[in-house]
Design a binder for this molecule. Sequence first.
Ligand code: FE
Length: 194
Amino acid sequence: MTRLLFASPLHEARLDVDLEELARTIRYLAEADTAGQRWAEEKDYWGYTSYASLDDLTTRDPAIGELKPVLEKEARAFAKALGWDHKPKLDHIWVNLMEPGAHHSAHIHPHSVLSGTLYVEVPESAGAIRFEDPRLPMMMVAPLRREDAPEHLQPHVTIAPSPGTLLLWESFLRHEVMPHHGEQERLSISFNFS
Ligand code: FE
């Protein structure tokens, strides 16, 4: 028999929220937040993100304020599924507008326990999100996995979300946004729980 040890759970849900209102909010911030625009330009981010410029979106914007309890409920459910003796608290929430051609290289979210993204607008051929097995650096001589191996044995798993999809994962899980080959903007809202 084979026992499965050290799982990397991923929480996936479909949120019943007003995506049109959230899209308006993201586009408004992308127009109005000059500090965020400057940051994106300095970092060569193709589009706009409020990641480094705004830390009060839940009180600044009513649509994001309404989203907060919804995300907290999902995070509590996920924490329970993870067997945690800990209630995650929303720490930072930011919006992202990716222009065609954008990508976001592999990264983790330090100083957090749970991280996630709600997908608001996902045009055709938009960049998917790809997760990496956190043990990959230890697999110097491990054989390659067959392409038809089950998902939980693959070193990378790519997920193409649709609008309304929420993904939540443990913050140490490295992930990247693959190149956005679509022709329209890709809108999302990301967050960290501490
Ligand atoms: Fe990320």
